[in-house]
Design a binder for this molecule. Structure first.
Ligand SMILES: [Fe+2]
Length: 191
């Protein structure tokens, strides 16, 4: 409801020094440093509004889980293609110094072209660095895709299989195919 009405809500607490790289709950640093600058982009703000409105509909249709994946892989962990390489726009990446480097430079994660329906089928984890990032061509295109009617997509998603995080499909646009070494080692909590 907040997003649908162009309001953005921030956490009120701030992380402790040992949580500088990552914490699961959004604090004021994540929300204000990570999210707020993106809201000054008119296309991105329109995307967030459309997302909020879509959320209300998804909830009534029982499709919130699928829509949440869209938010996760764009607003939180999205990358964007620019002429001279990939850039970060996801707030979850921006508010982590180490994932900012990892998301762009590490050999471990897959970096795949953004596809709305594909993303809405893809599982995600909230407790570690991502092992897949989806790359958009522009914020304007991201907005356009969100303004379409999700009704037919939801119909297809109802019978569709969920995709594991590490999946790479023949239809994927592959920017970099990751080694998945980070996940194989057990992630950040491994020695
Ligand atoms: Fe966030």
């Amino acid at each position: 409801d907040h997003l649908a009405n162009r309001r953005f809500v921030s956490g009120q607490f701030i992380r402790k020094p040992d949580q500088l790289d990552y914490l699961q709950e959004p604090d004021i640093f994540h929300d204000v440093f990570g999210h707020v600058p993106m809201l000054t982009d008119p296309d991105f703000a329109a995307y967030m509004e459309a997302y909020g409105k879509g959320g209300q509909r998804a909830q009534s249709l029982g499709m919130l889980k699928n829509l949440a994946r869209l938010y996760w892989y764009t607003v939180e962990f999205g990358l964007m293609k620019e002429a001279d390489g990939l850039r970060i726009y996801g707030a979850g990446i921006v508010s982590s110094a180490t994932e900012s480097v990892f998301s762009l430079e590490d050999a471990s994660p897959n970096r795949l072209g953004f596809d709305l329906e594909r993303v809405m089928k893809t599982l995600y984890r909230i407790d570690d660095f991502q092992q897949v990032y989806f790359v958009i061509d522009s914020i304007e295109k991201l907005k356009e895709v969100t303004l379409q009617d999700f009704g037919p997509i939801y119909e297809r998603l109802k019978g569709a299989e969920e995709l594991p995080i590490e999946a790479v499909l023949p239809s994927d646009r592959v920017f970099t195919r990751g080694t998945q070494a980070y996940a194989a080692k057990g992630g950040r909590f491994a020695a």
